[in-house]
Design a protein around this ligand. Sequence first.
Ligand SMILES: Nc1ncnc2c1ncn2[C@@H]1O[C@H](COP(=O)(O)OP(=O)(O)O)[C@@H](O)[C@H]1O
Ligand SMILES: [Mg+2]
Length: 388
Amino acid sequence: MPRVTGTYVSTTTAGEAVRAFVPHPLPPTAPPLAAEALAAANHEAEMALARLAGVSGLVPSVDWLLYGAVRKEALLTSQIEGTQATLADLFDGEAGLAVSNADDVEEVTNYIAAFRHVRERLRARDPRKSLPISVRLLREAHRLLMTGARGAGKQPGELRRTQNWIGGTRPGNAVFVPPPAQQVPDLLAALERFIHEPEPVANALPPLVRIALVHAQFETIHPFLDGNGRVGRLLIAALLEEWGLLAEPLLYPSGYLKQHQAEYYRRLSAIRTEGDWEAWVAFFLEAMAGAAAEAERSVIALASLVAADRRRLLASPKAAPASYRLFELLPTMPRLTVAQAQKSLKTSFPTANAAVNLLASLGILSELTGQKTGRVFSYQAYVELLMQ
Ligand SMILES: Nc1ncnc2c1ncn2[C@@H]1O[C@H](COP(=O)(O)OP(=O)(O)O)[C@@H](O)[C@H]1O
Ligand SMILES: [Mg+2]
C-alpha cells in the first residue's frame, strides 16, 4: 500500500481552480521510513564526507579551499535556477573588473552573502547575534539572496502571500501546486520543530537522512515567491555543519544536483505522487557521496597544482619576499590587477609590479588583456581546475 504524504485542498489562483498539496509533517509515517534499507548508503555518504574533511586537513590552508568551494556552490546552485554566470565572471566581479552579465554575478554574490550571514548567525557566541536554524534565519537569508535588481519584485525576506505553482505555463497545467499561502507559516513552524526535535523521534533517523527529509519538505512547502531552491540548498549546507557531518563548507552538492537535475525534480515529485520518501532519500545520499568524492578529487588536484607552482617559485633566483606573499594570496584572489596586489600586500607599486611580473614570467600568472595599462592577471590553471 503506497504511503500518503499529504492532502490536497482546492484553491483558486490566477483565475483557475487547482488542487494544492499540503504535506504531512515530518517524519514519514504509515509506514515509517525504511531506514534499515538506507543504512549502507547512509554509511557510504558519511564516510565520503569524513574523507573529504580528512583530505582537506592535508592542505596548508583550509581557507583557500573554502574560498573555492563556497564560490562553486554559490555558482552551481544559481545555475540550477538558470543563472548564466561562470566562475571566471564571479572572480572578475570580485576583483572589481567589468563583467558583461552583472545581474547574474550579483545573484551569485548574493548567495555568498546569504550563506556567510547564516554561518555567522549560527556560530555567534553573542546572544544578540546568534540565531538557530529557524524560519527567521531563512527569511534573513532570503532577503540577502533577493537583494538588487532581479530580486526586487520577489518580496525579499517575506513568506509568500499568494498561491504559486511549479512547472507549466499556468496553474492548471502545473507539475506541482504548493500549499496555500495561509498554511505556509504553520507548515514551516512544524518543519522548524522537526529540525530541533530531541530524541527519540527524529534522532532515530541518521542526520543525513534527516537533512534529505528537511530539504524535500522545504521545497514542497515552497514558502517564497522565488529562491526556494537556493534557500533550500543553503539549508542543506547549514545543516551539514550544524549536525557535525562536515566542520567546514567544503562540499558543493549543487554540482551533483545540477548534473542530475531531472532526477532531482522527479524524486521530489514522487514523494507527493507516489509517497516515495525512500527513493528520494536514496537519491540524496548518493548526491552527498558523489559530491564529497568529487570535492575530494578537487582538493587533491588543487593542492598538487599549488605545491608544484610553489616549487617553481622557490627555484627561481629572482623571487623576492613580495612574490612569495603574493603567491600565497592567489588561491583567494585568482584574478587581480597590480593595484590590487599592491593593496593586498600593503607595499609600493613597483614592488607589487615586480612580484606580479615574476609570477607571470614563471607562467603562474597570465595576463588577459594584452594591453600596456590596466592589465588583468589570472591564476589561470587554478581557475580552470576549479571550474572542472
Ligand atoms: N516537482 C517539484 N517538487 C518540489 N520541488 C521542486 C520540484 N521541482 C523543482 N523543485 C524545487 O524548486 C526549486 C525552484 O524553485 P524557485 O523558487 O524558482 O527557486 P530558485 O529561484 O532558487 O531556483 C528547484 O530548485 C527545486 O529545488
Ligand atoms: Mg526561481
